[in-house]
Ligand binder design. Structure first.
Ligand SMILES: Nc1ncnc2c1ncn2[C@@H]1O[C@H](COP(=O)(O)OP(=O)(O)OP(=O)(O)O)[C@@H](O)[C@H]1O
Ligand SMILES: O=c1[nH]c(=O)c2[nH+]cn([C@@H]3O[C@H](COP(=O)(O)O)[C@@H](O)[C@H]3O)c2[nH]1
Ligand SMILES: NC(=O)CC[C@H](N)C(=O)O
Ligand SMILES: [Mg+2]
Length: 520
């Protein structure tokens, strides 16, 4: 039985490529809904989703190895178009009667594709006899293609770099059309979904909004929902969507734990109460959080204390409301994929991220997760659609434990106050320089180190403030932002002049890895 709400889905079978998510992105950019499933559950997902087309991803595996992953045979018998990419091509060939060999012709990075023949895949993009840049990353290669296929493109390392069986609508490429280093790749994927699979563009955020609102109504009925609202993009968009669906059945809870940025709580409250008339409870829990944190210097203990207090506050607030059946969360698609990805496996805990994910178990509530099919940039588009002002949509992420993890070592009220001021000055300078949107996340850190300085001919002995700014796509990896030195000089001068308690400023030039974005 088909259980997915989207009539025209492209199913992407993930064999563990680093860039599988990009395939989904590119297809969605073409206005077509796509879903990623790990290969282990592909057979079940194929049955459930009944896709209009299938894409097979790349993989770190080799089809030559015994026990390496395969696509379910059913997809080749369903009469729908299939596109194999890299490993996807190799397994398609291996499964349909071709041959793959471990190569002496490895290609990594930039390569050139000679167009040998016309094809629906290349229509309007690449003409026969031309040559184009593509991006490759393979060690194995196809050496014999299955019956029914013909060669449409070659590269110096891969005689079967692009092949097609137009009758069965099976296509396969050794290069990666999903990455930006294949400049025309997105157009090929568009050809695949529109021209070959015949799917029209109907995936838009306004269509999504309607569907999401309807399904929230169906799920929630006349029951109560609470939503932990931080004012971050994810929880804000989730709250607005649920409010549109069930109005006053929703109550949002914003916890002011005393670890927010300057004016943060007030701004969030003003925005949601005044502009949206959204039922919002602001809980002032600053004493409770700071009281529990005082004297605690261990980063993990700090994080766990904050997580525990969050749960306590939500439990109390839910009780005051007479209980609530549902808990809303801003879970995004990458979170969902990560938790099911077969490459994930048991990994070490670098830090215990606070999220409300621990809540439902403890609180016995069902989850409402209206964003679980979306990527962050899609959430931003949806936020715009819902009328969230630009300055809210473009906000840098802010962690649940807030300033506590930017005060390494013990937290005190005084230190938090110094940090809050320094952070505000720093962000003000960033905005003035027009850099806010170019930076993924920026913040100040107050080090537990005092140094000697001289100010107004007097000796000072005050704290060191570290500035951090990073570029990133998803927070998983990051580079430090390459400021102009004169900007750093300006920011440092202002912080030292305006913030009592700081007499020295340094800049953090660590990428992630080896560093993390936050200091704790
Ligand atoms: N001060 C807070 N009060 C209430 N809920 C909070 C608070 N801080 C965090 N949360 C909850 O924890 C969740 C996870 O925080 P996270 O920072 O990952 O997401 P966000 O704040 O919604 O968006 P962004 O990633 O843009 O900051 C939030 O979605 C929100 O539900
Ligand atoms: O909601 C959150 N709860 C947390 O406990 C938490 N810790 C880190 N972060 C944010 O996650 C991103 C990656 O941070 P790290 O490189 O420090 O792990 C960065 O954007 C961090 O700000 C958190 N967000
Ligand atoms: N990127 C890939 O899909 C690589 C496939 C296979 N591991 C190879 O080296 O050829
Ligand atoms: Mg946040």
């Amino acid at each position: 039985m088909k259980t997915n709400n989207h009539p025209d889905t492209v199913l992407i079978i993930d064999f563990g490529s680093q860039v599988t998510q990009l395939i989904a992105r590119r297809i969605r950019e073409a206005g077509v809904y796509s879903e990623i499933v790990p290969f282990q559950s592909a057979a079940e997902a194929f049955e459930r989703v009944q896709p209009k087309a299938v894409v097979l991803s790349g993989s770190p595996h080799s089809t030559i190895d015994i026990g390496s992953p395969r696509a379910p045979d059913a997809i080749f018998q369903a009469g729908i178009p299939v596109l194999g990419i890299c490993y996807g091509e190799q397994t398609m060939c291996a499964q349909l009667g071709g041959k793959v060999e471990g190569g002496h012709h490895r290609e990594f990075g930039r390569a050139f594709l000679e167009i040998e023949d016309e094809s629906a895949l290349f229509e309007g993009v690449w003409a026969k006899g031309t040559r184009h840049q593509v991006w490759m990353s393979h060690g194995d290669r196809v050496t014999e293609i299955p019956k029914g296929f013909r060669v449409i493109g070659t590269s110096s390392g891969a005689p079967f770099a692009a092949i097609a069986d137009e009758k069965r609508k099976f296509y396969a490429v050794q290069f990666h059309p999903e990455v930006v280093h294949t400049p025309d790749g997105a157009k090929l994927l568009r050809n695949f979904v529109h021209k070959i699979a015949g799917i029209e563009s109907d995936w838009s955020m306004s269509a999504y909004r309607e569907k999401a609102v309807a399904s929230i109504r169906e799920q929630v009925g006349d029951k109560k929902v609470i939503c932990a609202l931080s004012g971050g993009v994810d929880s804000s968009v989730a709250a607005l969507l649920i409010h549109e669906a069930v109005g006053d059945q929703l109550t949002c809870i914003l916890v002011d734990h005393g670890l927010m940025r300057k004016n943060e709580a007030a701004d969030v409250v003003a925005m949601f109460r005044e502009h949206y008339n959204l039922p919002l409870i602001l809980v002032d829990a600053a004493d409770r959080f700071i009281g529990a944190l005082e004297g605690e210097a261990d980063p993990e203990t700090k994080r766990k204390t904050i997580g525990r207090l969050f749960i306590e506050v939500f439990e109390e607030e839910a009780k005051k409301l007479g209980g609530a059946e549902f808990l809303a969360q801003g879970t995004l698609y990458p979170d969902v994929i990560e938790s099911v990805s077969f490459t994930g496996g048991p990994s070490v805990t670098i830090k215990s991220h606070h999220n409300v994910g621990g809540l439902p178990d403890r609180m016995n509530m069902k989850l409402v997760e209206p964003l679980r099919e979306l990527f962050k940039d899609e959430v931003r588009v949806l936020g715009k659609e819902l009328g969230l002002p630009d300055h809210f949509i473009g906000r840098h992420p802010f962690p649940g434990p807030g300033l506590a993890i930017r005060c390494p070592g013990g937290v005190t009220r005084e230190k938090l106050e110094i940090l809050r001021e320094a952070d505000a000055v720093y962000l003000d300078e960033i905005r003035k320089a027009g850099l806010y949107d170019a930076i993924w996340q920026a913040f100040a850190v107050l080090l537990p180190v005092q140094t000697v300085g001289v100010m107004g001919d007097g000796r000072t002995y005050e704290f060191v403030c570290a500035l951090r700014a990073v570029t990133s796509v998803d927070g998983m990896t990051a580079d430090f932002y390459h400021y102009d030195m004169s900007f750093l000089g300006r920011a440092a001068t202002r912080i030292i002049n305006e913030v009592r308690g700081i007499n020295r400023v340094v800049y953090d030039v660590t990428s992630k890895p080896p560093g993390t974005i936050e200091w704790e």
